[in-house]
Design a protein around this ligand. Structure first.
Ligand SMILES: [Mn+2]
Length: 332
């Protein structure tokens, strides 16, 4: 990394992405590398989501793509357009890239062994410090499913070294994620700085973040009251959500926990983004095959074994294709 005197860090807007960029921020500072940060347009996993003009203005020698789950052909496109090395650090299911690609999951490692990008960074940078940030990324990505994972005990120990409990990490994760759920990019930048300077405790002490979380909670309650069931066949249940906040995953997760034996699909049209998301989660069924099938059909899909999201930009019957793929899962 010291080959590059100045880098741009483009990171995912969720708590794992922000914690990862805070870890990198500290590491780059120690190496004397200047870092410029940029968050892609919230909700989009495409080259256009990255403000390449702004990135180019900073004249970086390399761009680090952190926890963003961008398709490998899109990564190559960004590299071509920007004309500098792009380095990927990630843990989302993806094709493998030949160079500058630190994603053990894409290379075949088990998702449970790399539950977050902070965990990938921990290994890559051989971290002994910053373990509160590492643990925060894991708690953010695993959510409540952490309770049944073997990694739980280890995280508890990591947190306790910083005088924190798992509960504290859940709360911090919720506070940090309020920013992107309210589509507030400015807030994301502030939180990253806070994490770089003061770690997880800084987040827990922030009044501004507490207010954000309260604002979000009220919006989630209002939206949850409007959810409609629109499809039910076998284990598959589909719901429709209307809200102009990016609360697809909070509501989708909640529905999945409420219907543990099912595959839950949540169709969420976010008018302020001009995008419809289909969020699919199941605690019981492995969705990887459906994810790959839909990707092969040309849909914009990102995700893992238990969860994936389809982004519908022009409405080409994606909902029907997803329901079709899901209703055939049971056969396998
Ligand atoms: Mn992640």
């Amino acid at each position: 990394m010291t080959n590059y005197r100045r880098v741009a860090v483009v990171h995912h807007w969720d708590v794992d992405g922000i914690s990862s960029s805070a870890i990198l921020g500290r590491a780059l500072f120690k190496l004397g590398v200047e870092a410029h940060y940029c968050v892609p347009k919230i909700g989009l996993y495409r080259p256009e989501a990255i403000d390449l003009e702004a990135v180019a203005k900073a004249k970086p020698r390399a761009l680090l793509l952190v926890d963003y789950g961008l398709r490998v052909d899109y990564v190559d496109e960004v590299e071509r357009r920007l004309g500098v090395d792009v380095v990927v650090v990630d843990h989302h299911a993806n094709a493998v890239r030949a160079q500058r690609f630190y994603n053990p999951v894409a290379r075949g490692a088990a998702e449970d062994d790399y539950p977050s990008t902070t965990w990938v960074l921990r290994e890559l940078l051989k971290l002994d410090d910053d373990l509160d940030l590492v643990a925060l990324g894991v708690v953010g990505d695993l959510g409540k499913s952490l309770e049944v994972k073997p990694i739980r005990r280890g995280l508890e120990l990591m947190a306790s070294k910083h005088g924190l409990s798992l509960e504290d990490l859940y709360e911090a994760s919720n506070l940090v994620n309020s920013c992107y759920r309210l589509l507030d990019s400015h807030c994301i930048g502030e939180v990253r700085e806070l994490l770089v300077e003061r770690g997880v405790k800084g987040v827990l002490a922030s009044c501004k973040l507490k207010e954000k979380a309260e604002e979000l909670k009220r919006e989630v309650e209002r939206a949850a009251a409007r959810i409609k069931e629109v499809f039910a066949r076998g284990p598959v249940k589909a719901y429709e959500l209307t809200s102009n906040s990016y609360i697809t995953s909070s509501i989708g997760r909640e529905l999945a926990y409420r219907h543990r034996e099912s595959i839950v699909a949540l169709v969420h049209k976010v008018e302020s983004l001009g995008v419809t998301y289909i969020y699919v989660r199941s605690l019981k069924y492995n969705l990887r095959r459906a994810l790959e099938e839909l990707r092969a059909k040309g849909l914009e899909v990102g995700g893992k074994d238990q969860v994936f999201v389809v982004t519908c930009l022009n409405g080409r019957g994606e909902v029907d294709l997803v329901l079709e793929a899901l209703t055939s899962i049971e056969v396998f």
